[in-house]
Design a protein around this ligand. Structure first.
Ligand SMILES: *Cc1c(COP(=O)(O)O)cnc(C)c1O
Length: 461
């Protein structure tokens, strides 16, 4: 036991000597924020260098779908690596890129009477995919000789990534504020978030009120806006805030009325996370551009895809090269990543994943309900395979904990000591596990979450 502890400590020192970790105040390592050295993954579990098992309750930043080290995905990557690991995609074609594009277009959201999504452009991470969609929407109008449509509309509390273009349409002060002088100006519409519903207001009414405000914004900026970007159903980084699908129907209508492209950022919610394969399906709408990434490869490799309509694509066909979409990334359409994505999509069918998830989501709901009865839990909300717990000082929606108290961080540490990797967003704890999570793992998750909340909020056991 002592030897194991020594090994973990030595490893932490070796790591911190050379690594700058993402989204981390490095000064908090290792004392305030323990660093978890992981050796391997197995299904929904991570196995630490200390030999202990940790449930990956957040799917490794929402990427993992079918579990870690999934043998079918590993095999697909290995096979592809022995055949063609990478090749330039400009002027070159290869099977994984074409087959994946065919699959994605076949499963993309459809709306009766609307021309389907028809073309796929690859990028290599979510932020890059968002940049592609924003640039495409803007450029399309330029190609038509329309120079006045230079603005993007985004939602309050939204998140679309960390690169400067994506950050400009994001609204999370912690990530955005310091870079504000560098960012293009965007127009922000109120969030349809149902959490702070006014007294007596239903989530559908809240959605309508937010849509009315959006209508006024688009009216005030008529002819100036090229695209609207949003996260359908769940604003994930913004604290797993959820809204009624009615909002998306209204947005679709408003975008049509004002000739504005609708960009659905399904990077976090795509591939079954909300219960349907894509979140847009629950509103019966189809976007003009759809960004997917995180779960696309099942969580194995970085890859993003932007799906576009034929009309959007046609707007770039011209004799001039400048009217082409001259955007690229060195690893655009990487064959290994595409092969992993094809394997992940095949597993959805082989294992009837969406049907199984309906049962799992039910199990999550039952366990979450009991936790919701604990003091300090102001809200329990769920959309499909995402459950969130809002912790507040008095257990009501109006009195948050003092952020300096670091309630969420306390819960993180308490859960880690008990074998669960949670990573709260501020004081919002959430479950977003790999879909292969079983009943025993859910029991463990619920037990540890309940304890972590008690410890973090200072309640007696
Ligand atoms: C994570 C995320 C992104 C950014 O993806 P990265 O791969 O981290 O760059 C964009 N949009 C949403 C909704 C996300 O959750």
């Amino acid at each position: 036991m002592l030897a194991e502890r020594d090994d973990a400590a030595a490893w932490r020192a070796r790591d911190l000597a050379v690594l700058w970790h993402p989204c981390t105040q490095m000064r908090e390592h290792p004392d305030t924020l323990p660093l978890l050295p992981v050796e391997r993954g197995e299904g929904a579990w991570l196995i630490g260098r200390d030999g202990r098992r940790y449930l990956d309750a957040i799917s490794s930043w929402w990427t993992n779908i079918h579990g870690h080290a999934e043998p079918r995905i590993a095999e697909a990557i290995a096979r592809q690596a022995r055949t063609l690991e990478h090749v330039i995609l400009a002027g070159v074609s290869h099977a994984p890129a074409v087959e994946l594009a065919e699959r994605l277009l076949a499963i993309a959201p459809r709306e009766p009477g609307r021309a389907p999504l028809a073309k796929v452009f690859y990028a290599d991470n979510g932020s890059a995919g968002v940049e592609v969609a924003l640039k495409m929407a803007f450029h399309w109008f330029r190609n038509r000789g329309i120079d006045g449509r230079t603005k993007f509309v985004a939602l309050a509390n939204g998140y679309h990534g960390e690169t400067l273009g994506a950050l400009a349409v994001g609204d999370i002060p912690l990530y955005r504020r310091v870079y504000a002088p560098l960012l293009a100006e965007a127009l922000f519409a109120p969030s349809p978030d149902a959490y702070p519903c006014a007294a007596g207001e239903t989530p559908a009414q809240r959605a309508d009120r937010a849509a009315d405000a959006l209508a006024a914004l688009l009216q005030a900026h008529a002819g100036e806006v090229c695209a609207l970007i949003l996260e359908p159903l769940v604003q994930c980084a913004g604290g797993m805030r959820m809204h009624h699908p009615q909002y998306l129907r209204r947005v679709r209508e408003l975008c049509d009325r004002h000739g504005v492209f609708l960009i659905a950022d399904e990077i976090a919610v795509g591939f079954g996370r909300t219960g349907t394969l894509f979140a847009c399906e629950q509103a019966g709408i189809q976007p003009d551009l759809m960004c997917v990434s995180k779960g696309l490869t099942g969580g194995a490799l970085p890859l993003a895809a932007v799906l576009a309509t034929q009309a959007l694509y046609d707007g770039f066909l011209d004799d001039s090269r400048e009217r082409a979409f001259l955007h690229s990334h060195s690893y655009t359409g990487n064959p290994l990543a595409c092969a992993a994505a094809l394997a992940s999509l095949a597993i959805f069918e082989q294992d009837e994943v969406l049907a199984r998830n309906r049962v799992t989501a039910q199990g999550m709901a039952e366990r979450a309900r009991a936790i919701g009865a604990q003091p300090h839990v102001a809200d329990v909300r769920q959309t499909g395979m995402i459950v969130a717990f809002e912790l507040t000082r008095d257990g009501d929606k109006a009195t948050p904990f003092d952020p300096a108290r670091r309630t969420g961080l306390r819960a993180y540490r308490a859960a880690l000591e008990r074998g669960v990797l949670l990573r709260p967003l501020g004081d919002v704890l959430y479950w977003m596990p790999p879909y292969c999570v079983d009943e025993a793992a859910l029991d463990h998750l619920a037990e540890v979450t309940a304890a972590a909340i008690r410890i973090a909020t200072g309640d007696p056991a």
